[in-house]
Design a protein around this ligand. Structure first.
Ligand code: SF4
Length: 203
């Protein structure tokens, strides 16, 4: 697989992060603001990043760099968090090779409280905040915005997310489907969102 350019730096750069679904860009934003993420946020994001090809060494670089931007120092990070991230790569404890969470798993966890960023934004953001996020992604057409917000308030979160994917990749999808049959099934996994987006960028 073409994962050579996934490292501690590039996962925060536009070239890679443009392929993240809203849940993951929301977690990245939270990490940037807090220089920290609580347990469920750490799990959701770190297993996703592992899934896109971030190695354990690069993951430790990425998390320690971001956690030590605030008051925490490297010693504290190593003491309190290193184990957690290595554990996610199956290098500690029961040595289980944990898989990235799919949307169903993400939605089965407790909703985020005020200072938490895990979960699915299509479920967890208010309609106003979700509309703002959609606008930021370039989705401004009132009909499109309403469709997505309606899907979300009905509980069709993966439908809302898939619709966002289709709208933000309109041109690429058009080109791809002219050339070959392109998989446009429902997006039920953040890593599927990422892989599909990356594939389209190469068409
Ligand atoms: Fe993430 Fe899935 Fe929600 Fe999309 S539907 S934002 S991939 S949890």
């Amino acid at each position: 697989a073409d994962v050579g350019d996934i490292n501690a730096e590039t996962v925060q750069s536009k070239s890679v992060s443009q392929h993240y679904p809203l849940c993951m860009s929301h977690l990245m934003k939270g990490l940037n603001q807090e220089h920290h993420l609580k347990y469920l946020g750490r799990q959701q994001l770190s297993l996703f990043l592992k899934g896109i090809g971030l190695s354990v060494d690069e993951a430790l670089k990425f998390w320690s760099f971001n956690f030590t931007k605030g008051p925490m120092n490297l010693e504290q990070f190593n003491k309190e968090y290193r184990y957690n991230f290595r554990h996610n790569y199956g290098l500690e404890g029961g040595r289980i090779n944990y898989k990235p969470w799919d949307c169903h798993q993400i939605l089965s966890k407790a909703s985020p409280s005020r200072d938490e960023y895990h979960g699915c934004p299509y479920r967890d953001l208010t309609s106003e905040k979700l509309t703002m996020e959609l606008n930021k992604m370039g989705i401004t057409d009132q009909y499109d915005v309403n469709t997505i917000v309606d899907n979300s308030s009905r509980g069709d979160y993966t439908n809302a997310c898939t619709k966002v994917f289709e709208l933000t990749h309109k041109k690429e999808i058009e080109i791809a489907t002219q050339k070959t049959k392109f998989d446009l099934s429902l997006i039920t996994h953040p890593n599927l969102y990422f892989d599909r987006s990356r594939k389209l960028a190469k068409v």
